[in-house]
Structures are given as structure tokens and as C-alpha cells.
Write a protein that binds this ligand. Structure first.
Ligand code: FES
Length: 165
């Protein structure tokens, strides 16, 4: 037990209250408000962050469970001056309307593209096996945990498709 957590490459002490969710820790303790709270029940994906390369809903896990883990939030993926390829593509394709779900969408898509590159999960259903080409259908399926109440799905898929090519 190191009692520390790495967030966007910086080490932080775990919260003193073991009941603190990872989402609340990021937003309230560290001030990383790019990660959004939507449902707080694992249903919308607005709170998605990347933990050791895997995307998770940060509202569903306690910060204390991530002793020694590496967390990446939207703030760690790029900056306004130096955005990631996905951040750029979302801008170019208008992959948002109100923007509330966008950090979760981009964190999720970042890890999802890595899942495809790694051919993960290896026990995926038949439709997800084989070439694993990031078709629109494949992207929609893999991004189904990230809801957009504005309905900007077509542009979100277009943005992700551009980076997946
Ligand atoms: Fe975590 Fe909705 S806020 S899934």
C-alpha cells in the first residue's frame, strides 16, 4: 500500500474518507472538474476516466480502491494548445452540442481505440471478433456506455472514425 494515486502523471495522497468516490475525489479534492457527474449511478458515462489503460465509470468506484493506480482524466489527454487527435477530431466534426458528456466520450473513445488495437476483449461476441476494423457499427457498440442527451451521436462517431482510420 502506497496510499497514493497517480492522476495525469502527478502523485496524490488518497482521500482520508475511504467512502469518497473516485469521481468526487477528482472533482472536489483535486479540482479536475473536466470529469462530469451525470447520473452518479453508472448509467451515463459522463464520469468516464482511464485507469491503468481501462475506461471506467469513476462514480462507481472508491478512490481508496485505486492505491498505486494510474488515472488519466480529460485534462491529462491534451491541452487547448496541444489537443489530442481525438480532441481535435471532436472539434472538427462538432462532436458535441452542450458538451457535458464530451470529456467522458473522449476518455472512453481514447481507451476504446486502444482496446481495438489490442484486440480486446478476446472473448468478444462474434460480431466484435475478426478484423476488429473500427466501423461505425463497431464504434457505436463499443461506445454504447456513453450517452449524449443532445443526440450528437452521428458527429461523435464521425470524429472517432477519423482517428480510428
Ligand atoms: Fe457515472 Fe453517470 S455519472 S455513469
Amino acid at each position: 500500500m502506497s496510499d497514493t494515486i497517480s492522476v495525469n502523471g502527478e502523485q496524490h495522497s488518497l482521500p482520508s474518507d475511504p467512502r469518497t468516490s473516485l469521481l468526487d475525489f477528482l472533482r472536489h479534492d483535486l479540482g479536475l472538474t473536466g470529469t462530469k457527474k451525470g447520473c452518479d449511478h453508472g448509467q451515463c458515462g459522463a464520469c468516464t476516466v482511464i485507469v491503468n489503460g481501462i475506461r471506467i465509470n469513476s462514480c462507481l468506484t472508491l478512490a481508496a480502491m485505486h492505491d498505486g493506480d494510474e488515472i488519466t482524466t480529460i485534462e491529462g489527454l491534451g491541452t487547448p494548445e496541444n489537443p489530442s487527435a481525438l480532441q481535435k477530431a471532436f472539434l472538427e466534426h462538432d462532436g458535441f452540442q452542450c458538451g457535458y458528456c464530451t470529456p467522458g466520450q473522449i476518455c472512453s473513445a481514447t481507451a476504446m481505440l486502444q482496446e481495438i488495437a489490442n484486440n480486446w476483449p478476446s472473448d468478444a461476441s462474434e460480431s466484435l471478433e475478426g478484423e476488429m476494423a473500427a466501423t461505425g457499427e463497431e464504434i457505436r457498440e463499443r461506445m454504447s456506455g456513453n450517452l449524449c442527451r443532445c443526440g450528437a451521436y452521428a458527429n461523435i462517431v464521425a470524429a472517432i472514425s477519423e482517428v480510428a482510420e
